[in-house]
Design a protein around this ligand. Structure first.
Ligand SMILES: [Zn+2]
Length: 348
């Protein structure tokens, strides 16, 4: 027998349904966080707090294999744990490197890996990196704090991990996975990133790009007398993937508006910077890679490279730009394209 449903009941049901939907859509629309709000997690205050800590005398210039570097590693892992940012090496944050890899000249050390798994293409991985080691102390025992080199990159990577975690918690992806790789032993020959590239936790074949940050906290001699000091050097962006370069320009135009300076990217540039930081251990395997840099200054590798000298407004803009570039590469439909002529040229 067919049941007769009273009219008033149907009306109530319809009304309730509509209200409910309206509430849901308006609520979710209201609550939907914007990408800009996610990027704001990478704030001046947060970066300054982290950098004043990691570049403090407590870490004794973070020399590879020494107490100060170990303390810094603990501080970074604590930060990831507190912010519930997952470990990136099969449940572990550390990728240990034996002293023998440094010809026993330096003590055992470790790379630090945090990871945000992609929601749609988890096997494809974006690597955002910096080096957290530095050169320790000078002959007189003065601590070389390394606030810009590479404390600025280290805290940018830490805060970017927090931003991606927030996006994930908000159900906004990323579609591809992101590895936050803080390497050791950069100052003694790019050995931490070399060790990772020889012992990759995520296959290099599935590594889409490396965005490497090394010194983005200051203004160099070229720009110190210029009115507009909102600049950043990008090295390597178009070497393997023209598309990666284009994404940098587009995201910068859309969100940050820094002056992108490509002078150090010239093939014949005498500084040869394309070969002098950790991204090169990815680029040499044919992975599109960028080195983000704001130039040298008088405090480079000196006890005077301290946290109070950092331009935090510029550091924030530069770190947010890297975030927006990573975001686009992590979420774009098709994987980043490699330029045809680059396809065959892989070292090793
Ligand atoms: Zn450096």
């Amino acid at each position: 027998m067919k049941k007769i449903v009273p009219f008033s009941f149907i009306l109530t049901f319809l009304l309730f349904g509509c209200v409910n939907n309206a509430q849901n859509s308006s609520t979710s629309a209201e609550e939907k966080i914007t990408l800009e709000e996610i990027a704001e997690v990478i704030s001046e205050d947060a970066l300054s707090n982290l950098l004043h800590e990691i570049a403090s005398d407590k870490y004794e210039g973070r020399m590879t294999g020494e107490e100060g570097q170990k303390l810094a590693a603990e501080y970074i892992v604590d930060f990831y744990k507190k912010n519930e940012i997952p470990a990136g090496n099969n449940g572990e944050y550390f990728q240990p490197i034996p002293s023998s890899y440094f010809n026993n000249k330096y003590g055992d050390s470790e790379n630090i890996l945090a990871f945000i798994e992609g929601t749609e293409k988890p096997e494809e991985v974006i690597v955002i990196s910096a080096h957290y080691d530095h050169v320790g102390m000078d002959d007189e025992g003065n601590i070389i704090n390394g606030a810009d080199d590479d404390g600025s990159g280290t805290v940018a990577v830490m805060q970017m991990a927090k931003a991606f975690k927030k996006a994930k918690d908000e159900g906004m992806g990323p579609k591809r996975s992101v590895l936050f790789l803080l390497v050791t032993a950069e100052e003694i020959g790019l050995l931490g990133s070399k060790f990772y590239s020889k012992n990759p936790v995520y296959p290099l074949e599935k590594t889409v790009t490396n965005l490497n940050i090394d010194m983005i906290g200051r203004v160099d001699k070229t720009y110190e007398n210029q009115e507009d000091q909102d600049y950043l050097y990008l090295i390597g962006a178009d070497r393997i993937s023209q598309e990666l370069h284009d994404i940098c320009v587009e995201q910068n135009d859309k969100y940050i508006d820094l002056h992108l300076d490509f002078k150090y990217n010239e093939e014949d540039d005498p500084m040869n910077l394309y070969y002098r930081s950790d991204h090169y251990n990815f680029a040499k395997h044919g992975i599109p890679s960028i080195f983000f840099f704001s130039g040298l200054h008088d405090d480079y590798h000196q006890p005077t490279d301290t946290a109070d000298k950092i331009e935090y407004d510029l550091l924030t803009k530069r770190a947010q730009l890297v975030f927006y570039i990573a975001w686009e590469v992590a979420n774009k439909e098709n994987c980043l394209s490699i330029d045809e002529d680059e396809e065959s040229e892989n070292e090793e």
